[in-house]
Design a protein around this ligand. Structure first.
Ligand code: SAH
Ligand code: AVI
Length: 322
């Protein structure tokens, strides 16, 4: 085991101020909206991990099955020394890539990047313990602000798994891809996991599971605001909503107020009225087609090189380069 390094890319207090700014803008907007990156405090990250084991939530299983088949090919095609993982979370599927890169004899360092410090450090520690000789640097960052790519470390494979790119709105997605493109060097590669458009009933079930885990995950954003901003949201006064927007081709999660109520948010001096039945958007989860991905990658100056899906065609993994 080597010593685990932890790097913080953002200035002190940046994330706390970003949460205040997002809450101020989003709770005053019509309709109200909160960005999904704030789901992931310790409990939110645990709830997301539970979601990944639900029968209804196929993306994690599908992506793992693609990685099982393709990891060797990816390691061979990229021959990268450094694996950078954006939005790494528990970095569980990542082991398939680490193993293939180690078997190919190129792997030297692993750089997981995540905004959720607790989950990130726990995942980085575990991998640090499991891969002797691997240099692990955990980077606490918001990948929309600072990608956290290491400057050294030879050629890099930057991976963004799980379909998290779908949680960015189209404009944010374009900015993210352009920023990534500008930081990729010749010889680097980008591996992207994306969920695909499919039967809306399957999609809605994946975001509204029978056991209510996704509902608890969705409501957890209210507990995050309570803890960080001294707000007095009552999660039981809201219900979970998941719907398919066919025009945008995204799943939208919302919280619907069960009654007329007023919430106070002392840290930003805000009083927020909710009407009975009023809905606040907490997440979009865009679903893609190959054509749309190719178009968006090309617009950012990236070229699709290889494409894999699971046997049911539910989820895709693609390799792209500048
Ligand atoms: N990659 C994992 C985890 C997906 S959950 C998987 O495939 O299962 C999404 C992860 O992205 C969470 O850990 C969350 O904290 C992180 N995340 C979301 N928005 C982020 C942002 N703007 N910057 C950095 N990490 C972010
Ligand atoms: C992390 N992200 C890709 C998940 C998704 O499917 O959009 C978050 C999630 N939201 C509800 N369930 C899972």
């Amino acid at each position: 085991m080597t010593a685990l390094r932890v790097e913080r890319c953002l200035p002190d207090g940046f994330l706390a101020e970003a949460l205040r700014a997002d809450a101020r803008a989003g709770l005053s907007a019509i309709p109200k909206v909160l960005p999904p990156k704030w789901f992931y405090d310790e409990r939110g990250s645990e709830l997301f991990e539970k979601i990944t084991h639900l029968d209804e939530y196929y993306p994690t299983r599908a992506e793992r099955s693609i990685l099982r088949g393709a990891a060797g090919q990816i390691a061979g095609a990229t021959r990268a020394q450094t694996l950078v993982e954006l939005g790494a979370g528990a970095a569980d599927k990542t082991r398939l890539l680490l193993d293939a890169m180690a078997a190919g004899g190129t792997l030297a360092s692993f750089v997981p990047v995540d905004v959720s410090e607790t989950a990130l450090i726990e995942a980085a520690r575990r991998i640090d313990g499991e891969y002797p000789g691997l240099a692990v640097t955990a980077v606490v960052s918001d990948f929309e602000e600072h990608l956290g790519l290491p400057s050294g470390g030879g050629s890099r494979l930057v991976v963004f798994l799980g379909g998290t790119i779908g949680n960015l709105l189209p404009g944010q997605r374009a900015a993210f891809l352009a920023s990534l493109r500008s930081r990729l060097r010749p010889g680097d590669a980008f591996l992207l996991g994306t969920d695909l458009v499919k039967d809306p009933a399957v999609l809605v079930a994946a975001y509204d599971d029978a056991a209510g885990v996704t509902a608890a995950f969705n409501k957890n954003i209210l507990s995050v605001l309570n803890a960080a901003l001294g707000a007095d949201f009552d999660p039981d006064a809201f219900e979970h909503v998941a719907l398919w927007d066919a025009r945008q081709e995204w799943i939208e999660m919302r919280l619907r107020s069960l009654q007329e109520q007023v919430v106070t948010v002392p840290a930003i001096d805000l009083v927020v009225p909710f009407a009975e039945g009023e809905e606040m958007r907490t997440e979009v989860s865009a679903k893609f087609t190959r054509e749309r991905l190719e178009r968006e990658l090309r617009a950012a100056g990236l070229e699709l090189e290889q494409w894999w899906t699971d046997p049911d065609g539910d989820f895709a993994l693609l390799l792209a380069r500048r």
